[in-house]
Design a protein around this ligand. Structure first.
Ligand code: ADP
Ligand code: MG
Length: 677
């Protein structure tokens, strides 16, 4: 047998299990061996119920009398009684109604959790459950717990991995042995068995360290190589012109915030050097990033250079074009501005390209096809990238090939990178953060709406429409995914069209033709559409000051950062604004959604998301390769130090990556992405 063989060639894995694993993207034996536990339970220390003391405990017992009831604020409480030969104890789960159907009456379970007072009664609160199969009883004290589904229990995963374990020997070591020796790391073929079936907590830690190292090492090495590369390239020098900066600021209809001033200053400093700038400006929606970017751009234009401004969609490109136009006009620089998008006819395109080429100092706004549009970029001094974190090494190399130099890179985003990530994984990036919001911004009131309040909700929406405001309604899907799927934009659109048949209701999603999308969006901007049902195509950048309500269906389908982006679409005018998260029967309010309602700061939310879901879930997928394992957290300073040391050892040794093909492919994967995805 080989690692690349399908798992069905292992003894004991039949069709059903193969399918269940396939649903988790586990196809080969290799995949299976790298299907890591979510956590571990230490069942070596089982208490008798009669001996329980408050604190974390494990008992082995049967579970009876399970009931579910709804308590205040929609909380679902599942209660049961656990009994062993010594006595009984109350068990309580909050918001886990599925417990009722998943627990078997005639089975012993290991039950682990906090034993404490609840409702003036000592109870086990939110314990984890593990069926006490023979498997565990004969096994060691530390038991791996895997991500479970109806068709795939932890015990089945354990059994399957046991069968695959002998093949762990065959896992190729992709790290040079001098790195392992120098840092005291064990081989990957040793780490895999220990991470599934650890001998003790110490061997488990050693194994986890190796796996976490593998998550970070290629990334940090890629970073270092990117950085070395960038430092070996040259950019055009953009001199600072005080008079121009003054004129720009004087003609603004508002005063810059201190953060804006500071960041522009940094950017001007960067651009005065021939070392290509690589700066990311993060700022919450509405914090005024565009002005900052345009101030950078005018300096390059004044110098006789080109500037490219790339937006993720045509619609945003158009909006940016209009914003930039307004900012350039008072300076008399608007004639340098061009909009180049795919929806232009060929002859229109030709005209724009010729014009842009004619004027040496053009400012061209478009999508990422800009760079291959036919504009000659030889005097490109600055690229501004909006909300598009993927500007990879490939594109940089293409520019370098076309022009013989690299432009300065300025990326602007409202998706905050938690500090911990920025400092470790993206350390080739200079980070500027706009923390200060322009004065007069109104916070958006956020509410969780239980299914029972749906009709009240509709009345509130109607009130807003009657006041002349506009409304966004966002859904996670376009089409219904299943019979009972109420989260599809098409379906929700039908509902809202009926309820608000005296208003104009629009539909917008990514499968519509792009000119159709533009039309709908334009109608919304012009207030010809009052209520817009959409998917997350409206997530980034769109600016309609008259919109005061954001309704989000299936909020659990979105990350906190994404929810925050959506919420940022409203509250951009002078009106009280609201964000409603629509709960469903199967979705009870959880800590994530509750925190979202209470926290109005994108940075705090991103840190929280990172903490709750881990980097693996948030930043897990590199373009098409290996992501982070679940194990990685970024608060482990010792690990980060160790990885940095490894990178230094490797680079100092001056070896060719080519010698280590597997490492090279991982590093290439990581290098292709300069920023987050
Ligand atoms: P972002 O791109 O960060 O979401 P924008 O740059 O689009 O934000 O700015 C949002 C709005 O705030 C724009 O209408 C802009 O003109 C305005 N604005 C920017 N900076 C300031 C400021 N310092 N004071 C007041 N309004 C500002
Ligand atoms: Mg913006």
């Amino acid at each position: 047998m080989e690692l690349s063989d399908n798992i069905s060639s292992l003894p004991g894995i039949g069709e059903k299990l193969t399918q269940a694993f396939a649903n988790k993207n586990v196809l080969t034996i290799y995949d299976l061996l790298f299907y890591l536990p979510r956590r571990y339970e230490d069942y070596s220390n089982v208490s008798k119920i009669s001996n329980l003391r408050p604190g974390l405990v494990t008992i082995k017992a049967r579970i009876l009398n399970i009931s579910v009831r709804r308590a205040r604020r929609g909380l679902l409480v599942t209660e049961a009684v656990a009994s062993d030969s010594s006595g009984s104890v109350r068990v309580v789960w909050f918001n886990q109604p599925y417990r009722k159907t998943s627990i078997k009456a005639d089975c012993d379970y290991y039950i682990s959790g906090n034993f404490k007072l609840s409702n003036s009664q000592f109870s086990l609160i939110n314990p984890s459950l593990e069926q006490a199969t023979n498997e565990i009883e004969s096994g060691p004290g530390i038991v791996p717990i895997y991500s479970e589904s109806k068709s795939l229990g932890s015990w089945q995963v354990r059994k399957s991995i046991k069968a695959a374990l002998p093949l762990a020997q065959k896992i190729n070591e992709f790290l040079p042995s001098y790195i392992l020796d120098n840092l005291g790391l064990i081989k990957i073929s040793q780490a895999i068995p220990q991470v599934h079936f650890p001998e003790n907590t110490k061997t488990l830690e050693v194994a986890k360290t190796r796996l976490k190292f593998d998550d970070l090492f290629p990334l940090l090495l890629a970073n270092e190589l990117n950085s070395l590369d960038r430092r070996s390239q040259k950019a055009l020098i953009v001199n600072f012109n005080l008079d121009l900066a003054r004129r720009f600021v004087d003609r603004l209809p508002f005063k810059l915030t201190n953060d804006q001033r500071m960041i522009i200053w940094q950017i001007y400093k960067d651009m005065q050097s021939d070392l290509p700038m690589n700066r990311l400006v993060e700022g919450d929606v509405g914090s005024g990033k565009t002005v900052v970017a345009v101030m950078a751009a005018v300096m390059a234009l004044e110098e006789g250079y080109k500037v490219a401004f790339m937006a993720p969609t045509e619609l945003l490109a158009k909006q940016h074009y209009e914003t930039v136009f307004k900012l350039l006009k008072p300076l008399g620089m608007e004639e340098s501005l061009f909009l180049l998008t795919g929806s232009l006819s060929l002859s229109q395109k030709r005209k724009v390209i010729d014009c842009a080429n004619d004027k040496v100092n053009s400012f061209v706004v478009g999508t990422h096809s800009l760079l291959t549009s036919g504009v000659r970029w030889d005097n490109l001094a600055l690229i501004i990238i909006d909300e598009q974190h993927r500007f990879g090494v490939d594109q940089r190399m293409e520019l370098q090939r076309q022009t013989g130099h690299l432009p300065h890179f300025l990326s602007i985003t409202a998706t905050p990178i938690p500090r911990s990530l920025a400092l470790t994984i993206f350390n080739d990036l200079d980070l500027s953060v706009l923390r200060e919001m322009p004065a007069n911004r109104r916070p958006v009131t956020t509410r969780l709406i239980p299914p029972s309040s749906n009709s009240i909700q509709m009345t509130e929406l109607r009130n807003q429409l009657e006041m002349g405001r506009q409304i966004y309604v966002v859904c996670p899907h376009i089409h219904s995914q299943a019979e009972d799927d109420e989260l599809a934009a098409e379906k929700v659109y039908q509902t809202y069209s009926k309820v608000f048949n005296d208003y104009s209701v629009g539909l917008l999603h990514g499968q519509m033709k792009s000119n159709q999308q533009d039309e709908v969006m334009k109608d919304f901007i012009d207030n010809k559409i009052n209520l817009l049902v959409a998917t997350t195509v409206i997530e980034v950048g769109v600016d309609v000051a008259n919109a005061s309500v954001m309704v989000i269906y299936g909020p659990d389908h979105f990350g906190l950062a994404q929810l925050h982006q959506l919420r940022g679409r409203v509250g951009r005018g002078n009106y009280d604004s609201y964000c409603y998260l629509m709960l469903s029967d199967s979705l009870v309010p959880n800590i994530r959604l509750r925190s979202f309602a209470n926290i109005d700061n994108g940075f705090k939310l991103s840190e929280l998301d990172l903490k709750l879901r881990g980097p693996g879930v948030i930043y897990g997928k590199l373009q098409h390769g290996k992501g982070f394992s679940r194990l990685l957290t970024l608060d482990d300073q010792n690990l980060i130090k160790m990885v940095k040391k490894g990178v230094k050892i490797f680079i100092d040794k001056g070896e060719k990556l080519l010698k280590y093909p597997e490492l090279q492919s991982r590093v290439d994967e990581a290098r292709r992405i300069t920023y987050l995805n």
